[in-house]
Design a protein around this ligand. Sequence first.
Ligand SMILES: [Zn+2]
Length: 432
Amino acid sequence: MVRMPARETASGLRAVARCDDLGVTPYSDADDHLFRPYLGAGHAATLDRIAAWMTEAGMTARVDAAGNIVGRYEGRHPDAPALLIGSHVDSVRDGGRYDGMLGVMLGIETVAWFAERGHRFPFAIEVIGFGDEEGSRFPVSMLTSRAVAGVLGDQDLALADAAGVGLAEALDGFGLELARFADAARHREDVLAYVEAHIEQGPVLEAEGHALGVVSAIAAQYRFRAVVTGVAGHAGTMAMRLRHDALAAAAEMVLAVERIGGAGPEDLVATVGRMEVGPGVPNVVPGAVTFSIDVRAGVGAVRDRAADEIRVALEDIAVRRAVGLDLTLQQDLPATPCDSGLSRLMAEAVRDVTGAEPRVLVSGAGHDAMVMAHLAPVAMLFLRCRGGISHHPAEAVEVDDVQAALEAMTAFVTRFEHTWSDAGTVLTEEER
Ligand SMILES: [Zn+2]
């Protein structure tokens, strides 16, 4: 069956088609692949296009002080607090078309679906496209959701990109001012909740035959730097029994990290992703090796236990091989549980659409939702993606899955409305 694009009404197909439209120049800063860094030319062109789509869907569109695009679909009363639906519009270099952008497009489609039916809520709905989630331009990530959530650190704004362009200058090109960056912060009383739909970026939903999943938490993460110190020596003359080979020791440590990561629950993962070998030449026994260890789990205690096991195992290896080991904690991100009430609504919404019990899973990847949880309760919907591939041009989704996601989002918003109306929190005197 050949599907014709039904661009005039809300649909999953339109969401996918729009992501595809935005996958090339002028929406990309590169001619032959998708690269949409924060505050680049591609970003600017993208925001113009999204603003037009938001307006067409019945929203007013604006760019906030941090360069996020925000569309607002008014409630029955002006100045009502808002349900935020969003994700990010930036990409990694040579990235895929759906990471982040699909969640923004689904937000627009969700609003369009209700607007086509003339339905207004006792709250506003805002669709937000965050400018920076990936950190593919400046050496920080989730800069713009941190601005919205009001959790920017002082050090965040003294930033320059690889070409030496400062954040102030980049903002200036967008007609924005560094001094007003933090003005993007929202007041708690104006934001009811934040909901994000995102591709899974992993293989679980596909492997188990689910189109959609509900995220229970965003994983806690540790990042360590391990430095193994051995003794460098001539590869031809240093007898094997006299060696203190830092790389051979590190190799055994990598396998220990893999073994411990694989011995826990499904969401426990442990990775060595980077390694530097010194001096790194073919005819010298390695004298020093530095490598990274990334440990994540949906529950902080599970991650902590695994990290402890890794430390003990690595120290044992170091002692046995008579090499030095220095482990430094570089990053400690706590787990972000999604709001249980909102997640229950999302699970019911998924059940409404699929008729099946929803798969609940932990997100091993970070998302804007983990930052927005500082501001409001959050929920996340995951969509199956082909082969679990992401951050790659081969990233792909099925239109039917995106349609199911749109239906789940509209069912969620309807259930959210009933919950709020039942609670009487957002109704005026005469509506009660
Ligand atoms: Zn993403």
